[in-house]
Structure formats: structure tokens, C-alpha cells
Design a protein around this ligand. Structure first.
Ligand SMILES: CC(C)(COP(=O)(O)OP(=O)(O)OC[C@H]1O[C@@H](n2cnc3c(N)ncnc32)[C@H](O)[C@@H]1OP(=O)(O)O)[C@@H](O)C(=O)NCCC(=O)NCCS
Length: 181
């Protein structure tokens, strides 16, 4: 996974092994991998991580030991304050363009722990997410905006590392968009 991350992202985006371990512990059902079965060693071609989250905790820090993204239990709390946060979707560059990320998104949207999906689009991936109905979230609170500013490209966007943006979609709308493709 760390090797795939290194191939998929520039170093400024790399998350620690402990972060992936925390995501696995937090919500195992939201951790997905796609493997090549036609190779002697089943190579990991793509992965996705998602988990229920408190919306005001979105986006999470990329480089911190604070892995408490769920901010408590979603049970018994207003649905408006929770979402299914897609922390990461990455595909090995040699496996791109074959629909792997689309399949990962379909699996996540089909089993989402909450009707609203949220994510932080980086590296210009907003156009990818828009294809599936994700829209920019304009009304981030001050804490979320401050967190977003810690992401690469937030303060000094460039062609190589554009500004990150928070996006959201209804899981049902994503599934409908996928169905039409
Ligand atoms: C974005 C990413 C996950 C897409 O993976 P993938 O498996 O190649 O995606 P798919 O094959 O499912 O692509 C489906 C379509 O989206 C398009 N697409 C892929 N990446 C895109 C992008 N960044 N912007 C716009 N469209 C994109 C593809 O061209 C393809 O179009 P087509 O169906 O018309 O041919 C992959 O490029 C990646 O890992 N990038 C680096 C990590 C990253 O940015 N992750 C997203 C973080 S928010």
C-alpha cells in the first residue's frame, strides 16, 4: 500500500503507515483493495479508504497522529452532522484508465454508512469526482477551512498541485450516475 501511495502521489501527500492502520481499525468495511490476479504475486492495483465521520472534522489532517476522525459515535445523532468520508482513492499509474477507481467508488457508494459522501479532492481530481455527481462544498466552517489550508497546494496552488477542494454527493446520486455510464 505504501508503495502504491508512493507511485500515486507526490511526497507532500504521503501518509504514514500508522494512518492507514488507524483507518483500518476505524472502519474496516470502508477499506478496499483491488488486486491483479493474473500475476504470480497478487499486486495491489488500487485502494480506497472511507469511514463515517463528523462533518465538522472534515477534512482530516494529512500529517498528524490525531486519527480520531469519527469524533464519536454516529448513533443517535442528527444525520445532518455525519457523512461517509472518502479519505482516499488511489490507483497505481500502470493500472489507470481501466475503471478501477470507478469500481472502488461504486463499492463505497453501494455500502455507504451514511447517505452523504464527502471527500477532499486533490491534484485536480475534482473533475473526476464531478463525473459522479460530486459538487463543491462552499460553506465549510472555520475549523474545516483551517484544516484544508494545511493541505499541499491550498495556499500556493500550482499547475502541478492545484488547490484542494471539499466535495459532497448523495450516495444514491453517485450510484445513479454510475448506472448511466
Ligand atoms: C484519480 C484516479 C483515482 C483515477 O483512477 P482510474 O482507475 O484511472 O480511474 P477510472 O479508470 O475509473 O477513470 C474513469 C474516468 O475518469 C477519468 N479521469 C481519471 N482521472 C481523472 C482526473 N484526475 N480528472 C478528470 N478525469 C479523470 C478517466 O479519463 C476516465 O475517463 P473515461 O471513462 O472517459 O475514459 C487515479 O488517477 C489516481 O490514483 N490519481 C492519483 C491519486 C488521486 O488523485 N486520487 C484522488 C484523490 S481525491
Amino acid at each position: 500500500m505504501l508503495a502504491l501511495q508512493a507511485a500515486a502521489y507526490p511526497p507532500a501527500f504521503h501518509e504514514a503507515r500508522a494512518t492507514f492502520a488507524a483507518l483500518l481499525a476505524l472502519y474496516p468495511a470502508g477499506c478496499l483493495g483491488i488486486f491483479a490476479t493474473d500475476e504470480p504475486r497478487r499486486r495491489l492495483c488500487g485502494y480506497a479508504f472511507a469511514h463515517p465521520a463528523h462533518c465538522s472534522a472534515v477534512p482530516p489532517s494529512l500529517h498528524s497522529d490525531d486519527h480520531d476522525w469519527s469524533s464519536g459515535s454516529a448513533h443517535g445523532t442528527s444525520a445532518l452532522h455525519y457523512c461517509f468520508y472518502v479519505h482516499d482513492v488511489a490507483v497505481d499509474p500502470v493500472s489507470r484508465g481501466r475503471g478501477l477507481a470507478t469500481s472502488l467508488l461504486q463499492a463505497l457508494a453501494g455500502t455507504a454508512a451514511h447517505p452523504v459522501l464527502m471527500l477532499t479532492a486533490v491534484l485536480g481530481a475534482a473533475r473526476f469526482w464531478e463525473r459522479f455527481g460530486f459538487k463543491l462544498v462552499a460553506d465549510l466552517d472555520a475549523a474545516a477551512l483551517a484544516r484544508l489550508e494545511t493541505y499541499p497546494g491550498a495556499l500556493t496552488p500550482s499547475a502541478a498541485v492545484p488547490r484542494p477542494v471539499v466535495m459532497a454527493a448523495q450516495a444514491a446520486a453517485v450510484l445513479a450516475a454510475l448506472h448511466l455510464r
